[in-house]
Design a protein around this ligand. Structure first.
Ligand code: NDP
Length: 347
C-alpha cells in the first residue's frame, strides 16, 4: 500500500484514478475546492472514508502559490498526481481563469513537495496532447507528433481563440513543471512524469457525482450534444483534436506511471488509442441506441468526417505503448459505455 496525493479529485479523469487507486488498496488524500464536493466523494467511498484510506482536503484556490503547502505535509506521502486544471471554455479572463490556475497550480504543487514532502519520490502531472500539437501543422501529413513534440504556443497567442488559450495553459504548465525539476536550485528529490492524453471519452466513474447532463466534463460534452439532437442536421467538424483515448486507460496510465513502472520517471506519456471522427461517433450511437434515432443524424447527414490522409497530421506513440503495455479500449466500446453512463445522469 502506498500513500498518494491526488489533486482535483472531483474531476472526470481524477474520479477514475481515485477508484483504481482505492481498488488496489492504496491510501489516498485528494483535494477539491469546496466542502460540498468533498462530502460527495466521502459519500461515494464510505468504507475508505471511515478507515482513513481516503481523506478529502479542501484547497480553495490552486492559483495561489502556497495552495498546497499544508496538504503535502501529510506524513508518508510517496507519490503525487496533479490533475487539477481548468478544462472548459467559459472563462472571462484567460490569464486569470485559465493560465494562472494551470501554471501557478503546477508550480505550487511542485514547490510544496520540494520544500515539505521529502518522502515523495514521484510526481505525475496530467498534461495533454494540447502541449504536443502545433496548430501550424494540423493539416500537414509530413508532420508526426510523438512524445518529443512540443506546442510552440506562447502567452502572446492566448487571445487567438479559446482552444488556443486552453492549449497554452497546458503547454505553459507542463513547460514549467519540467523546468522546475531540472533546476537544481529548486531542490526536487522526486522525479516527474507527464501524461499527455488527447480527447478523453468514456463513462463517468461509477462513484463520480455529476448532478446533471449540463455538468458533464468538457470532452464528453460532444457525446451529450449528439444525444440531444444538436447533430441531427449537420455533424460538426471533428477538429484538430482528432485522436482520442478512453478515460479508464488514462487513469490506468497514471496509476502505472506513478506506482508500478519505475522507469517511467522523466518521461512524457502520449496516451492515445488512435483517430476518431464525429461521423463515426454518430454512427456508433445510431447502431447501438435505436431509442435515440429521431435525435441523431442519418447515414446521409453531412459532416464530421476525418480529413483525408493527405490533409492531416500523423502521430506515433509507440514509445508510450511499449512502456505502459495498455491494450487501448476501442472507440466503439468507449462510446457505448459513455452513452450508457450518460443515460444515468439524464441523457
Ligand atoms: P474536469 O473538468 O472534470 O476536471 C478538472 C478538475 O480540475 C476538477 O477537479 C476541477 O475542480 C479542477 N479545477 C479546474 N479549475 C480549477 C481551479 N481554478 N481551481 C481548483 N480546481 C480546479 O476535466 P478532466 O477530468 O477532463 O480534466 C482533468 C485534467 O486532465 C486536466 O488537467 C485537463 O487539462 C486534463 N486533460 C483532459 C482531457 C480530456 O479530454 N478530458 C484531455 C487531456 C488532458 P471542480 O470540480 O471544482 O471544477
Amino acid at each position: 500500500m502506498t500513500k498518494v496525493l491526488l489533486t482535483g479529485g472531483s474531476g472526470f479523469i481524477a474520479a477514475h484514478i481515485l477508484e483504481q487507486l482505492l481498488a488496489k488498496g492504496h491510501s489516498v488524500v485528494t483535494t477539491v475546492r469546496s466542502e460540498d464536493k468533498a462530502a460527495k466523494i466521502r459519500e461515494a467511498h464510505p468504507a475508505q472514508a471511515v478507515s482513513g484510506d481516503l481523506v478529502v482536503a479542501i484547497v480553495p484556490d490552486i492559483a495561489k502559490p502556497d495552495a498546497f503547502d499544508e496538504v503535502v505535509k501529510t506524513p508518508g506521502l510517496e507519490v503525487v498526481f496533479h490533475t487539477a486544471s481548468p478544462f472548459h471554455y467559459r472563462w472571462t479572463d484567460a490569464q486569470r481563469d485559465l493560465i494562472d490556475p494551470a501554471v501557478i497550480g503546477t508550480t505550487a504543487i511542485l514547490q510544496a513537495v520540494a520544500r515539505s514532502a521529502p518522502t515523495v519520490r514521484r510526481v505525475v502531472v496530467t498534461s495533454s496532447f494540447a502541449a504536443i500539437i502545433d496548430e501550424a501543422h494540423t493539416a500537414d501529413p509530413t508532420h508526426t507528433y510523438t512524445e518529443a513534440s512540443w506546442n510552440p504556443v506562447t502567452l502572446a497567442d492566448i487571445h487567438r481563440s479559446r482552444p488556443t488559450a486552453y492549449r497554452a495553459s497546458k503547454t505553459l504548465a507542463e513547460r514549467a513543471a519540467w523546468a522546475f525539476v531540472r533546476d537544481p536550485a529548486n531542490g526536487a528529490r522526486f522525479d516527474l512524469v507527464t501524461v499527455n492524453p488527447p480527447m478523453v471519452f468514456g463513462p463517468l466513474a461509477p462513484a463520480h457525482y455529476v448532478p446533471a447532463l449540463d455538468a458533464v466534463n468538457t470532452s464528453n460534452e460532444r457525446v451529450v450534444d449528439c444525444l440531444r439532437g444538436k447533430w441531427r442536421d449537420e455533424v460538426p467538424e471533428t477538429g484538430a483534436a482528432m485522436i482520442w483515448v478512453d478515460v479508464r486507460d488514462v487513469a490506468t496510465a497514471h496509476v502505472k506511471a506513478g506506482l508500478e513502472i519505475p522507469e517511467a520517471g522523466g518521461r512524457r506519456l502520449f496516451t492515445t488509442a488512435g483517430l476518431f471522427s464525429h461521423a463515426e461517433m454518430a454512427s456508433i450511437v445510431r447502431r447501438n441506441f435505436p431509442e435515440y434515432k429521431d435525435l441523431l443524424p442519418t447515414e446521409e447527414t453531412k459532416g464530421g468526417e476525418l480529413p483525408p490522409e493527405n490533409e492531416r497530421y500523423k502521430f506515433d506513440n509507440s514509445a508510450t505503448s511499449a512502456l505502459l503495455k495498455i491494450d487501448w479500449i476501442p472507440f466503439e466500446k468507449s462510446i457505448v459505455d459513455t452513452v450508457n453512463s450518460l443515460k444515468k445522469v439524464g441523457a
